[in-house]
Design a protein around this ligand. Structure first.
Ligand SMILES: N[C@@H](CCC(=O)N[C@@H](CS)C(=O)NCC(=O)O)C(=O)O
Length: 207
């Protein structure tokens, strides 16, 4: 169900890399098991194990894969487009996704009440999406920063997919993001990375 793991699967698919998929059930708390904490002491997925290399943050994993496997580069060579990619990627990974992480939602449920989860997530995601529309409006082509898929698309697609699906977000005011979401849904590398396509997904899986 993790949007952060979804990012990494898209990159592995784009680069044509074979990998062994090891499921970690977040709803069962498997990310807090002693074995998993040895891989990532903060108890978050994804983790990439590549020989003796253990990496536990999606951005670090993506940049590592990009250097090691340069086919289908994730960052554009053009300096300005590269900078926009990094800016928007970081806006999603630090300004949107952490605000609706499972641990945050659990905390709201316990300290404030279950009924406050959806309004909380909708408020923060809408604020983030409004910013993304503004940040990307002068850069988007078919995808977020032109007509090729880059790093920012690997962050955007899972964010859109997960929040629209889980929180029934009304996207009518986010016209650019809606168009991009539609474009991503046509790409095999993105389709095959969907949470609901993974071997351990329950039939009603959301991300
Ligand atoms: N910055 C990290 C964030 C990782 C993260 O928040 N992972 C979430 C799933 S997308 C998680 O494992 N949540 C489990 C929890 O909150 O207990 C990354 O990009 O990999």
């Amino acid at each position: 169900m993790s949007s952060c793991s979804f990012r990494v699967r898209i990159a592995l698919n784009l680069k044509g890399l074979k990998y062994e998929y090891v499921p970690v059930n977040l709803l069962k708390g498997e990310q807090r098991s002693p074995e998993f904490l040895k891989l990532n002491p903060i108890g978050y997925v994804p983790v990439l194990v590549d020989g003796d290399m253990v990496l536990s943050d999606s951005l670090a994993i993506l940049l590592y894969l990009d250097e090691k496997y340069p086919q289908h580069p994730l960052l554009p060579s053009d300096l300005r487009r590269k900078a926009i990619n990094l800016q928007v990627t970081n806006t999603i990974s630090s300004g949107i996704q952490p605000l609706w992480n499972l641990g945050v939602m659990d905390c709201i449920k316990q300290k404030v009440g279950q009924e406050e989860i959806v309004p909380w997530v909708q408020c923060h995601v809408r604020k983030g999406f409004a910013a993304l529309e503004e940040l990307l409006k002068d850069h988007a082509g078919r995808y977020a920063t032109g007509d090729e898929v880059f790093l920012v698309d690997l962050f955007l697609a899972p964010q859109l997919h997960s929040t629209i699906k889980m929180f029934n977000l009304d996207m009518t005011e986010f016209r650019l993001l809606s168009r991009l979401n539609e474009a991503y849904s046509q790409l095999p590398a993105f389709q095959d990375a969907l949470p609901e396509k993974q071997p351990d997904a329950p039939s009603s899986s959301t991300a």
